[in-house]
Design a protein around this ligand. Sequence first.
Ligand code: ADP
Length: 399
Amino acid sequence: MKKIMVVNCGSSSLKFRLFEMPSEKLIIKGLFESISKNNTEENFSSQYKIGDFFCKAPIRSHTEAVKILLNYLLENKIIASYDEIDGVGHRIVQGGKYFDKAEVATPDVLKKIEDLCILAPLHNRAHLDGIHAFQEVNKNLVNVVVFDTAFHQTMAPDTYMYALPYDWYEKYDVRKYGAHGTSHKYVAQKCAEVMGKDIKDLKLITCHIGNGASISAVMGGKCIDTSMGLTPLEGIPMGTRSGNIDPAVLEYMNSIDPEKYTVKELLRILNHESGYLGVSKVSHDSRAIEAEVETNPLCRLALEIQYKRIADFIGSYYVHMGGVDAIVFTAGIGENSSRLRREVLKRVSVLGVKCNDEVNDKVRGEVALISTPDSKVKAYLIPTEEELMIARDTYDLVK
Ligand code: ADP
């Protein structure tokens, strides 16, 4: 029996789960929030939750958070010593061209993650802070890095390349990398298990629809296409991201007001003020938009633009794979919004899939077959378990 810690570090947060492996039993989970070097003993906003224990405390760095966490586990006899933690698996957003699988965090691996900060500055920097924190607190802990992009490294050049000057790829690595790979991989594997089939024999389209959203085509267990690109901005519209647009919009808006609409500001708007929020003018949250769908035409439009684009990707992946056995919905919206699942399936009914409304309206956050028995293509709701997938990858490396 081994214990594996899974860690997801943001710039001011640290989320963790401790699993017992190989049983995959969750031992305890928690999170640290508002970590900031500006926190002082007198004035701080940081707090943490470990299991049911909640505490407000000044936490100035990820290292302090890791110290608190490991001390808590020792004091409460959840672990008898640090040796009981066989591996710490860190979620890493950007693995670029270097990583197609999880790796032990050696100095060489960390140097590459550092080099990739240019592609995901906030994320990769925060992940490095997390790894360094664990290394600092106990140098014997084995840190493993699991990349969001790794699952997509099987895409072929005609899919991952943009039709841009080839030099940009050769010199600056400009290409499609995708994201949410750990989630797409998990739900694809789970779908095969639920269908009782070998994943090698399946063509799947996995729809990870949360605040960030992406779609993947998974053939024979390998990702052959995904909707996100060099960055998570590409693809379908999301909570606050635009997804695909004509890039000429940037120059056009810049010509309207060059002072206001600089490239930086335009990219901020595409990332943070577009999508549901931009179109509806109400919220980035699907619950708030769905609540007004019958009364506010812009809320309806925000949703319908997204449904249409999701259907476009499903259609394209169907053609690319020469068919599809199952469409899978997951993540915050995919797992909870019966409306999104129903409306998307309606728009791709030509493929031979029909939503079973009776089941679909009832289920949320649980594995369920949501297509009718006579559907040629099946549709499933499968809750994602990114942390468990990271625990599995970490366990495989350390065992
Ligand atoms: P991310 O990880 O990208 O931040 P999530 O996968 O957590 O996103 O999804 C967040 C979205 O899921 C929000 O738009 C939220 O409205 C939606 N969501 C979460 N819970 C529910 C729910 N119970 N009903 C409907 N939508 C939900």
